[in-house]
Write a protein that binds this ligand. Structure first.
Ligand code: SF4
Ligand code: SF4
Length: 404
Protein backbone atom coordinates (compact mmCIF):
# COMPACT_ATOMS: atom_id res chain seq x y z
CA UNK A 1 0.00 0.00 0.00
CA UNK A 2 1.29 3.44 -0.95
CA UNK A 3 1.90 5.61 2.12
CA UNK A 4 2.51 9.33 1.53
CA UNK A 5 3.07 11.79 4.35
CA UNK A 6 4.29 15.36 4.67
CA UNK A 7 7.49 16.10 6.61
CA UNK A 8 7.94 19.76 7.43
CA UNK A 9 11.33 21.24 6.51
CA UNK A 10 12.28 21.98 10.13
CA UNK A 11 11.73 18.28 10.91
CA UNK A 12 13.91 17.01 8.10
CA UNK A 13 16.90 16.48 10.48
CA UNK A 14 14.80 13.86 12.29
CA UNK A 15 15.03 11.64 9.19
CA UNK A 16 18.81 11.45 9.63
CA UNK A 17 18.44 10.93 13.36
CA UNK A 18 16.00 8.03 12.91
CA UNK A 19 18.24 6.41 10.32
CA UNK A 20 21.21 6.65 12.67
CA UNK A 21 19.16 5.28 15.56
CA UNK A 22 18.18 2.38 13.32
CA UNK A 23 21.90 1.59 12.97
CA UNK A 24 22.67 3.03 9.55
CA UNK A 25 25.73 4.94 8.48
CA UNK A 26 24.20 7.82 6.56
CA UNK A 27 25.58 8.92 3.22
CA UNK A 28 24.34 11.97 1.36
CA UNK A 29 25.20 14.44 -1.38
CA UNK A 30 27.73 17.13 -0.52
CA UNK A 31 29.91 19.62 -2.34
CA UNK A 32 33.49 18.41 -2.73
CA UNK A 33 35.98 19.92 -5.18
CA UNK A 34 33.27 21.92 -6.97
CA UNK A 35 31.07 18.86 -7.57
CA UNK A 36 28.23 17.13 -5.71
CA UNK A 37 29.34 13.72 -4.50
CA UNK A 38 28.06 11.16 -2.01
CA UNK A 39 29.91 11.11 1.29
CA UNK A 40 29.30 10.42 4.99
CA UNK A 41 26.62 12.86 6.12
CA UNK A 42 27.04 14.31 9.60
CA UNK A 43 24.01 16.61 9.45
CA UNK A 44 21.55 18.13 6.98
CA UNK A 45 23.67 21.28 7.10
CA UNK A 46 26.21 19.46 4.91
CA UNK A 47 23.67 18.92 2.11
CA UNK A 48 24.01 21.17 -0.98
CA UNK A 49 21.25 23.58 0.03
CA UNK A 50 20.56 26.41 -2.41
CA UNK A 51 22.93 24.93 -5.00
CA UNK A 52 22.17 23.83 -8.52
CA UNK A 53 24.20 22.38 -11.37
CA UNK A 54 24.81 23.68 -14.87
CA UNK A 55 25.64 20.82 -17.22
CA UNK A 56 26.35 20.66 -20.93
CA UNK A 57 28.63 18.56 -23.15
CA UNK A 58 32.05 18.77 -21.51
CA UNK A 59 30.74 21.07 -18.79
CA UNK A 60 29.76 20.69 -15.12
CA UNK A 61 29.52 23.76 -12.89
CA UNK A 62 27.80 24.41 -9.59
CA UNK A 63 25.88 27.65 -9.15
CA UNK A 64 23.58 29.35 -6.65
CA UNK A 65 20.03 28.13 -7.00
CA UNK A 66 16.99 30.37 -7.08
CA UNK A 67 15.52 28.20 -4.32
CA UNK A 68 16.61 27.19 -0.84
CA UNK A 69 16.07 23.48 -1.48
CA UNK A 70 18.50 20.66 -0.74
CA UNK A 71 17.99 18.74 -3.96
CA UNK A 72 17.74 21.44 -6.64
CA UNK A 73 20.43 19.78 -8.74
CA UNK A 74 20.31 16.83 -11.15
CA UNK A 75 23.32 14.52 -10.96
CA UNK A 76 26.87 14.58 -9.68
CA UNK A 77 29.67 12.52 -11.19
CA UNK A 78 28.84 9.56 -8.97
CA UNK A 79 25.79 7.40 -8.73
CA UNK A 80 25.61 4.44 -6.34
CA UNK A 81 28.29 2.52 -8.24
CA UNK A 82 31.26 3.19 -5.95
CA UNK A 83 29.17 2.17 -2.92
CA UNK A 84 28.39 -1.29 -4.25
CA UNK A 85 31.08 -2.05 -6.85
CA UNK A 86 34.26 -0.82 -5.16
CA UNK A 87 36.73 0.97 -7.45
CA UNK A 88 39.52 -1.24 -6.07
CA UNK A 89 39.31 -4.14 -3.64
CA UNK A 90 41.12 -7.32 -2.71
CA UNK A 91 39.05 -10.39 -3.56
CA UNK A 92 41.31 -12.99 -2.04
CA UNK A 93 44.82 -13.53 -0.75
CA UNK A 94 47.12 -16.52 -0.91
CA UNK A 95 50.02 -17.64 1.20
CA UNK A 96 52.68 -20.28 0.67
CA UNK A 97 53.34 -22.14 3.91
CA UNK A 98 56.73 -23.52 5.00
CA UNK A 99 55.64 -27.03 3.97
CA UNK A 100 55.00 -25.75 0.44
CA UNK A 101 51.21 -25.89 0.57
CA UNK A 102 49.17 -22.96 -0.66
CA UNK A 103 46.39 -21.41 1.42
CA UNK A 104 43.73 -19.19 -0.16
CA UNK A 105 41.59 -16.82 1.90
CA UNK A 106 38.50 -15.02 0.63
CA UNK A 107 38.41 -11.33 1.61
CA UNK A 108 34.81 -10.20 1.93
CA UNK A 109 34.12 -6.54 2.75
CA UNK A 110 32.93 -5.65 6.23
CA UNK A 111 29.83 -3.93 4.92
CA UNK A 112 27.84 -1.90 7.42
CA UNK A 113 24.15 -0.98 7.12
CA UNK A 114 24.24 2.18 5.02
CA UNK A 115 21.46 4.62 4.23
CA UNK A 116 21.92 6.77 1.14
CA UNK A 117 19.90 9.98 0.85
CA UNK A 118 19.41 11.73 -2.48
CA UNK A 119 19.36 8.81 -4.92
CA UNK A 120 17.70 9.62 -8.26
CA UNK A 121 15.45 7.48 -10.46
CA UNK A 122 18.26 6.96 -12.98
CA UNK A 123 20.57 5.81 -10.16
CA UNK A 124 18.01 3.22 -9.08
CA UNK A 125 17.60 2.01 -12.66
CA UNK A 126 21.39 1.62 -12.89
CA UNK A 127 21.42 -0.25 -9.59
CA UNK A 128 18.80 -2.67 -10.93
CA UNK A 129 21.05 -3.31 -13.94
CA UNK A 130 24.01 -3.98 -11.66
CA UNK A 131 21.87 -6.27 -9.53
CA UNK A 132 21.11 -8.28 -12.63
CA UNK A 133 24.79 -8.45 -13.58
CA UNK A 134 26.36 -9.00 -10.16
CA UNK A 135 23.64 -10.96 -8.35
CA UNK A 136 21.58 -12.83 -10.89
CA UNK A 137 24.19 -14.19 -13.25
CA UNK A 138 25.88 -17.58 -13.27
CA UNK A 139 28.40 -16.49 -10.62
CA UNK A 140 26.87 -14.05 -8.11
CA UNK A 141 29.41 -11.64 -6.69
CA UNK A 142 29.65 -11.91 -2.87
CA UNK A 143 31.51 -8.59 -2.60
CA UNK A 144 28.76 -6.70 -4.39
CA UNK A 145 26.11 -8.64 -2.48
CA UNK A 146 27.59 -7.78 0.92
CA UNK A 147 27.36 -4.06 0.21
CA UNK A 148 24.10 -4.17 -1.71
CA UNK A 149 22.18 -6.04 0.97
CA UNK A 150 23.13 -3.40 3.51
CA UNK A 151 21.68 -0.45 1.60
CA UNK A 152 18.65 1.57 2.67
CA UNK A 153 17.77 3.95 -0.13
CA UNK A 154 16.11 7.35 0.31
CA UNK A 155 15.40 8.55 -3.21
CA UNK A 156 14.39 11.97 -4.47
CA UNK A 157 11.93 12.71 -7.24
CA UNK A 158 13.56 15.17 -9.62
CA UNK A 159 11.93 18.59 -9.97
CA UNK A 160 14.44 19.80 -12.54
CA UNK A 161 16.68 18.21 -15.16
CA UNK A 162 20.14 19.18 -16.30
CA UNK A 163 20.53 19.94 -19.98
CA UNK A 164 22.38 16.63 -20.32
CA UNK A 165 19.60 14.45 -18.81
CA UNK A 166 17.57 12.15 -21.07
CA UNK A 167 16.04 9.63 -18.66
CA UNK A 168 12.63 10.18 -20.28
CA UNK A 169 14.10 8.78 -23.52
CA UNK A 170 15.33 5.60 -21.80
CA UNK A 171 12.20 5.28 -19.64
CA UNK A 172 14.11 5.50 -16.35
CA UNK A 173 12.96 8.81 -14.88
CA UNK A 174 12.42 11.38 -13.61
CA UNK A 175 9.87 9.69 -11.31
CA UNK A 176 11.16 7.26 -8.71
CA UNK A 177 9.20 4.05 -9.21
CA UNK A 178 11.17 1.09 -7.87
CA UNK A 179 14.18 -0.01 -5.88
CA UNK A 180 13.89 2.53 -3.05
CA UNK A 181 12.76 2.36 0.55
CA UNK A 182 11.59 5.97 0.81
CA UNK A 183 11.04 8.59 -1.89
CA UNK A 184 11.10 12.32 -1.20
CA UNK A 185 9.35 15.00 -3.20
CA UNK A 186 10.90 18.28 -2.10
CA UNK A 187 8.77 21.40 -1.71
CA UNK A 188 9.79 24.79 -0.37
CA UNK A 189 8.25 24.10 3.03
CA UNK A 190 9.05 20.40 3.38
CA UNK A 191 8.86 16.99 1.76
CA UNK A 192 6.23 14.57 0.59
CA UNK A 193 7.63 11.27 1.85
CA UNK A 194 6.47 8.04 0.24
CA UNK A 195 7.32 4.61 1.65
CA UNK A 196 7.91 1.78 -0.79
CA UNK A 197 9.05 -1.08 1.45
CA UNK A 198 8.12 -2.43 4.87
CA UNK A 199 11.27 -1.04 6.44
CA UNK A 200 10.56 2.26 4.69
CA UNK A 201 7.07 2.28 6.20
CA UNK A 202 8.51 1.44 9.62
CA UNK A 203 10.93 4.33 9.44
CA UNK A 204 8.31 6.72 8.12
CA UNK A 205 6.06 5.82 11.06
CA UNK A 206 8.74 7.09 13.47
CA UNK A 207 8.77 10.58 11.89
CA UNK A 208 6.59 13.47 13.01
CA UNK A 209 4.62 13.88 9.80
CA UNK A 210 1.19 15.13 8.78
CA UNK A 211 -1.17 14.19 6.02
CA UNK A 212 0.14 15.08 2.57
CA UNK A 213 -2.35 17.57 1.15
CA UNK A 214 -3.65 17.42 -2.39
CA UNK A 215 -1.77 20.69 -3.05
CA UNK A 216 1.52 19.19 -1.89
CA UNK A 217 1.03 16.07 -4.01
CA UNK A 218 0.11 18.22 -7.02
CA UNK A 219 3.26 20.29 -6.54
CA UNK A 220 5.43 17.17 -6.57
CA UNK A 221 3.68 16.10 -9.80
CA UNK A 222 4.27 19.55 -11.30
CA UNK A 223 7.98 19.27 -10.45
CA UNK A 224 8.18 15.87 -12.16
CA UNK A 225 6.41 17.24 -15.25
CA UNK A 226 8.78 20.22 -15.31
CA UNK A 227 11.82 17.95 -15.08
CA UNK A 228 10.51 15.82 -17.96
CA UNK A 229 9.71 18.89 -20.08
CA UNK A 230 13.22 20.24 -19.59
CA UNK A 231 14.74 17.23 -21.37
CA UNK A 232 15.46 17.71 -25.05
CA UNK A 233 17.90 14.94 -25.86
CA UNK A 234 16.35 11.96 -27.63
CA UNK A 235 17.40 8.52 -28.83
CA UNK A 236 16.84 7.38 -32.42
CA UNK A 237 13.49 5.70 -33.02
CA UNK A 238 13.46 1.97 -33.71
CA UNK A 239 15.73 -0.82 -32.59
CA UNK A 240 19.14 0.49 -31.55
CA UNK A 241 20.69 -3.02 -31.47
CA UNK A 242 19.68 -3.49 -35.11
CA UNK A 243 20.80 -0.02 -36.11
CA UNK A 244 24.18 -0.43 -34.43
CA UNK A 245 24.64 -3.85 -35.96
CA UNK A 246 23.94 -2.34 -39.39
CA UNK A 247 26.36 0.51 -38.65
CA UNK A 248 29.37 -1.63 -37.77
CA UNK A 249 31.33 -0.26 -40.76
CA UNK A 250 29.77 3.22 -40.68
CA UNK A 251 32.30 5.95 -41.57
CA UNK A 252 31.10 7.97 -38.59
CA UNK A 253 33.22 5.77 -36.32
CA UNK A 254 36.29 7.23 -38.00
CA UNK A 255 35.03 10.72 -37.18
CA UNK A 256 35.44 9.79 -33.52
CA UNK A 257 39.14 9.21 -34.10
CA UNK A 258 39.51 12.99 -34.32
CA UNK A 259 37.63 13.64 -31.11
CA UNK A 260 37.69 10.78 -28.59
CA UNK A 261 40.74 10.89 -26.29
CA UNK A 262 39.99 7.35 -25.00
CA UNK A 263 40.42 8.78 -21.50
CA UNK A 264 37.70 6.52 -20.08
CA UNK A 265 35.97 9.33 -18.15
CA UNK A 266 32.63 8.29 -19.64
CA UNK A 267 32.97 4.75 -18.32
CA UNK A 268 34.14 5.92 -14.88
CA UNK A 269 31.09 8.14 -14.35
CA UNK A 270 28.62 5.81 -16.05
CA UNK A 271 26.51 4.17 -13.32
CA UNK A 272 26.13 0.94 -15.29
CA UNK A 273 29.65 0.34 -16.68
CA UNK A 274 31.18 -2.60 -14.86
CA UNK A 275 34.37 -3.40 -16.78
CA UNK A 276 37.04 -4.57 -14.42
CA UNK A 277 40.54 -5.91 -14.44
CA UNK A 278 42.25 -8.24 -12.00
CA UNK A 279 45.81 -7.82 -10.78
CA UNK A 280 47.88 -10.07 -8.53
CA UNK A 281 50.16 -8.15 -6.17
CA UNK A 282 52.90 -10.48 -4.98
CA UNK A 283 55.20 -9.96 -1.98
CA UNK A 284 58.94 -9.64 -2.63
CA UNK A 285 59.65 -13.12 -1.28
CA UNK A 286 56.86 -14.55 -3.41
CA UNK A 287 55.08 -16.17 -0.45
CA UNK A 288 52.02 -13.94 -0.29
CA UNK A 289 49.78 -12.57 -2.98
CA UNK A 290 46.70 -10.37 -3.07
CA UNK A 291 44.25 -10.71 -5.90
CA UNK A 292 42.88 -7.24 -6.54
CA UNK A 293 39.93 -6.20 -8.68
CA UNK A 294 39.77 -2.64 -9.95
CA UNK A 295 37.62 -0.64 -12.31
CA UNK A 296 38.75 -0.84 -15.90
CA UNK A 297 37.56 0.83 -19.07
CA UNK A 298 37.03 -0.62 -22.52
CA UNK A 299 38.78 2.52 -23.80
CA UNK A 300 42.06 1.12 -22.50
CA UNK A 301 43.80 -0.94 -25.23
CA UNK A 302 45.02 -3.38 -22.56
CA UNK A 303 41.41 -4.29 -21.88
CA UNK A 304 41.18 -6.07 -25.22
CA UNK A 305 44.58 -7.72 -24.97
CA UNK A 306 44.13 -11.44 -25.47
CA UNK A 307 47.03 -13.83 -25.99
CA UNK A 308 49.38 -11.66 -27.97
CA UNK A 309 46.85 -9.40 -29.63
CA UNK A 310 45.10 -6.16 -28.80
CA UNK A 311 41.70 -6.77 -30.35
CA UNK A 312 40.65 -3.11 -30.38
CA UNK A 313 43.88 -1.34 -31.12
CA UNK A 314 42.48 1.83 -32.61
CA UNK A 315 40.49 4.53 -30.89
CA UNK A 316 37.29 4.38 -32.98
CA UNK A 317 37.10 0.64 -32.35
CA UNK A 318 37.13 1.23 -28.62
CA UNK A 319 34.42 3.86 -28.84
CA UNK A 320 32.45 1.52 -31.08
CA UNK A 321 32.84 -1.28 -28.54
CA UNK A 322 31.53 0.95 -25.75
CA UNK A 323 28.57 2.32 -27.70
CA UNK A 324 27.51 -0.92 -29.35
CA UNK A 325 27.71 -2.79 -26.05
CA UNK A 326 25.90 -0.09 -24.08
CA UNK A 327 23.04 0.42 -26.53
CA UNK A 328 23.13 -2.77 -28.59
CA UNK A 329 24.43 -6.09 -27.33
CA UNK A 330 23.57 -5.18 -23.74
CA UNK A 331 19.92 -5.76 -24.69
CA UNK A 332 20.59 -9.41 -25.54
CA UNK A 333 22.62 -9.83 -22.34
CA UNK A 334 20.36 -8.08 -19.84
CA UNK A 335 17.02 -7.49 -21.55
CA UNK A 336 17.47 -3.75 -21.81
CA UNK A 337 20.07 -1.21 -22.88
CA UNK A 338 22.86 -0.28 -20.50
CA UNK A 339 21.93 3.38 -20.54
CA UNK A 340 19.64 5.01 -17.99
CA UNK A 341 19.84 8.49 -19.52
CA UNK A 342 21.72 10.17 -16.66
CA UNK A 343 23.84 12.22 -19.06
CA UNK A 344 27.01 11.89 -16.97
CA UNK A 345 29.10 10.66 -19.89
CA UNK A 346 28.12 13.80 -21.82
CA UNK A 347 28.98 16.29 -19.09
CA UNK A 348 32.20 14.59 -17.98
CA UNK A 349 33.63 13.93 -21.44
CA UNK A 350 36.49 16.45 -21.68
CA UNK A 351 35.77 17.03 -25.37
CA UNK A 352 31.97 17.02 -25.05
CA UNK A 353 31.15 13.89 -27.03
CA UNK A 354 27.41 13.32 -26.74
CA UNK A 355 26.11 9.75 -27.00
CA UNK A 356 22.75 10.94 -28.25
CA UNK A 357 24.36 12.83 -31.13
CA UNK A 358 26.64 9.92 -32.02
CA UNK A 359 23.70 7.52 -32.05
CA UNK A 360 21.72 9.94 -34.23
CA UNK A 361 24.59 10.11 -36.73
CA UNK A 362 25.05 6.34 -36.73
CA UNK A 363 21.35 5.72 -37.30
CA UNK A 364 21.56 7.66 -40.58
CA UNK A 365 22.73 6.01 -43.79
CA UNK A 366 26.38 6.90 -44.43
CA UNK A 367 26.97 9.73 -46.87
CA UNK A 368 29.91 7.94 -48.50
CA UNK A 369 29.61 4.54 -50.15
CA UNK A 370 30.81 1.46 -48.23
CA UNK A 371 33.81 1.08 -50.53
CA UNK A 372 34.92 4.55 -49.42
CA UNK A 373 35.04 3.51 -45.76
CA UNK A 374 38.55 3.45 -44.19
CA UNK A 375 40.49 0.46 -45.45
CA UNK A 376 42.07 -1.90 -42.91
CA UNK A 377 45.85 -1.94 -42.56
CA UNK A 378 47.24 -4.52 -45.02
CA UNK A 379 48.64 -7.71 -43.60
CA UNK A 380 46.62 -8.06 -40.45
CA UNK A 381 43.13 -8.62 -39.15
CA UNK A 382 41.27 -5.30 -39.05
CA UNK A 383 41.36 -3.83 -35.58
CA UNK A 384 44.18 -5.92 -34.17
CA UNK A 385 47.87 -5.35 -33.53
CA UNK A 386 50.40 -8.18 -33.25
CA UNK A 387 51.00 -7.78 -29.54
CA UNK A 388 50.90 -5.40 -26.67
CA UNK A 389 53.78 -2.93 -26.17
CA UNK A 390 55.92 -3.72 -29.22
CA UNK A 391 55.42 -7.43 -28.98
CA UNK A 392 56.20 -7.80 -25.28
CA UNK A 393 54.31 -10.39 -23.28
CA UNK A 394 52.08 -9.02 -20.53
CA UNK A 395 53.62 -8.45 -17.13
CA UNK A 396 53.84 -11.81 -15.31
CA UNK A 397 51.71 -10.69 -12.38
CA UNK A 398 48.86 -9.65 -14.61
CA UNK A 399 46.09 -12.13 -15.15
CA UNK A 400 43.79 -11.65 -18.10
CA UNK A 401 40.65 -11.36 -16.07
CA UNK A 402 38.41 -8.91 -17.79
CA UNK A 403 34.69 -8.57 -17.86
CA UNK A 404 32.61 -6.72 -20.36
S1 SF4 B 1 34.01 9.63 -25.25
FE1 SF4 B 1 34.90 11.38 -24.10
S2 SF4 B 1 35.03 10.65 -21.96
FE2 SF4 B 1 34.74 8.83 -23.25
S3 SF4 B 1 36.82 8.10 -23.69
FE3 SF4 B 1 36.24 9.46 -25.41
S4 SF4 B 1 37.05 11.50 -24.79
FE4 SF4 B 1 37.03 10.23 -22.92
S1 SF4 C 1 25.84 5.83 -21.17
FE1 SF4 C 1 26.01 7.95 -20.41
S2 SF4 C 1 23.89 8.65 -20.17
FE2 SF4 C 1 23.83 6.41 -20.34
S3 SF4 C 1 23.88 5.64 -18.20
FE3 SF4 C 1 26.03 5.71 -18.92
S4 SF4 C 1 26.76 7.76 -18.27
FE4 SF4 C 1 24.51 7.80 -18.14
Amino acid sequence: MKVQRFLARDRFPSLLARLEEAGYDVIGPQVRDHAIVFDALASVEALPRGITDDQAPGRYRLAASSSDRYFDWATGPQALKPLTFAPRETLWTSETRDDGTLVFRERLPEARPTAVIGVRACDLAALAIHDRHFLHGAAPDPHYRARRENLFLVAVNCARSAATCFCTATGDGPRVTHGHDLALGELDDGFVVEAHTDRGRELLATLDTSEATAEALAEVEAGLARAADQQHRRLPAGSLPEQLQAAVAHPHWQDLDDRCLTCGNCTAVCPTCFCQTHVDAISLDGREASHVRQWETCFNPDHSYIHGTVIRAERPQRYRQWLTHKFGTWVAQYGRSGCVGCGRCIAWCPVGIDVTEELAALSQAPTNAPDEAPAPTPGRVPGTVPSKAQGQAPAPNRREGKDD
